[in-house]
Design a protein around this ligand. Structure first.
Ligand code: MEV
Length: 442
């Protein structure tokens, strides 16, 4: 690899200058790379500028397929769920689960609470913890007052700060305390709102501490929302009589549900399985989160912390078979927004919201949780019956054929060939070579 010198002031260069620098220093075939980068630019300069301005140093756009899974019945309403994802089988699996449950009562979903949290993390070296407790009690109202102008609009919408509490964390870290602040951010994810409030509270807290000199310095370490939102939680569930299952792969209903429950128990007790099991859930969750312009990093971090809340990493979904009924559900902490962020800026995101009937945050939480549950149902269903590779490789076949640069007619023949066979990479190459060979001879 060529030795590249560090560059100062890169962000100040024009887009063309940035691209030239990259191509000169990193590209094997600069002209080809330039054409490729330009090929992914938006045809409308205004739309491109919008994308350029989402982040710093934008040089092109990065496409993900935007797919849809229709026929999701959620609390009696029918949805077509938008999904942005690169993995071949995810949308197909979601659509399959949607159809399966459409005939068996559909999905139910319920939001239990929508409280979000943030912290002012600080140290206080005082001797008597009663001093800081008393001091906080005396000045708490002033912490509320200092956020008045920041929370005004949110209060008009019915949200705002719910509580401010002093937490003694000195058992975890010497001199460590928090102001734990709870928020209702209505239909916005609220990260900027929460962080602005926390910073204002932290500044006031420090100043009041200094001026009253109540027994030790307050040293603010940081003020930040928590992406762990165990009090912002949604449940999605399905249930049906065991006789209604008839899942189609020839397995008896009772054997299917018992294997299903067993598979979930394995994911509960065995972290090696739990991680893959939950990854499958996040296939559905993230795809909707991305399509609707939400923060998939926060969603992921939160879901996994929740899966480990007992101290060991467990399945996010649960299933039971009782009194002739099969029940399957997920409890998922989710912080999503349907206003703010890029929800009203990114044209595809706007369309995704439109497809969902412009849901509020509570409705979107339900839809996302359902997508995760559906994904997990399809994955476990395949795993305990046909195995995952049959469906997965069928969906992946086109990727392999594109990698081989197969023509449309070759694709057609090879897809037809694999209709009743299990796809593998080597088998695809074999058939492809045969067809190419024949075509070359003819
Ligand atoms: C693949 O992306 C996801 C699965 O591995 C999930 C699972 O094993 O449950 C199929």
């Amino acid at each position: 690899m060529k030795e590249v010198q560090p560059i100062k002031g890169f962000s100040k260069l024009t887009k063309d200058e940035k691209i030239n620098w990259l191509l000169e220093n990193y590209a094997n075939r600069p002209e080809e790379s330039l054409n490729m980068l330009n090929g992914y630019l938006h045809s409308s300069p205004e739309a491109q500028q919008l994308h350029d301005e989402f982040i710093e140093n934008t040089i092109s756009n990065y496409y993900l397929p935007f797919g849809v899974a229709p026929n999701f019945s959620i609390n009696g309403e029918l949805y077509t769920i938008p999904m942005a994802i690169e993995e071949s089988s995810v949308v197909a699996a979601a659509a399959k689960a949607a159809n399966f449950w459409l005939d068996r009562g559909g999905f139910k979903a319920e939001v239990f609470s929508m409280v979000k949290m943030g912290h002012v993390h600080f140290t206080w070296e005082g001797v008597k913890s009663a001093d800081i407790v008393d001091f906080f009690a005396n000045i708490e109202q002033q912490l509320w007052d200092v956020t008045d102008s920041l929370t005004q609009n949110m209060r008009i919408r019915g949200g705002g700060i719910l509580s401010i509490e002093l937490k003694d964390k000195t058992d975890l870290e010497s001199s460590y305390y928090q102001l734990e602040v709870k928020f209702d951010t209505r239909d916005s994810m609220g990260a900027n709102f929460i962080n602005s409030c926390l910073e204002a509270i932290a500044k006031e807290w420090k100043q009041l501490g200094q001026s009253s000199n109540f027994g030790g310095d307050i040293n603010i370490i940081m003020s930040i929302l928590s992406n762990f939102t165990p009090e912002c939680i949604v449940r999605a569930e399905v249930e049906c009589d065991i006789e209604e299952i008839n899942e189609g792969s020839g397995i008896e209903n009772i054997e299917f549900v018992e294997k299903f429950v067993r598979a979930l128990r394995i994911a509960d007790v065995e972290p090696y399985r739990a991680v893959t099991h939950n990854k499958g859930i996040m296939n559905g969750v993230d795809a909707v989160i991305i399509a609707t312009g939400n923060d998939f990093r926060a969603t992921e971090a939160c879901a996994h912390a929740y899966a480990a809340k007992t101290g060991s990493y467990k399945s996010l979904t649960k299933a039971t078979v009782e009194n002739g009924r099969f029940k399957f559900w997920i409890d998922l902490p989710l912080s999503v927004g349907t206003v703010g962020g890029i929800t009203t800026l990114h044209p595809m995101v706007k369309f995704a919201h439109e497809l969902l009937g412009n849901p509020n945050a509570e409705e979107l939480m339900k839809i996302v949780a359902v997508a995760g549950l559906a994904q997990n149902f399809s994955a476990v269903r395949s795993l305990i019956t046909s195995g995952i590779q049959k469906g997965h490789m069928k969906m992946h076949l086109l990727n392999i054929l594109n990698q081989l640069e197969a023509t449309d007619s070759e694709k057609e023949q090879i897809i037809e060939y694999f209709k009743d066979k299990v796809v593998s990479f080597s088998a695809t190459i074999e058939v492809f070579t045969k067809i190419r060979g024949l075509a070359a001879k003819n």
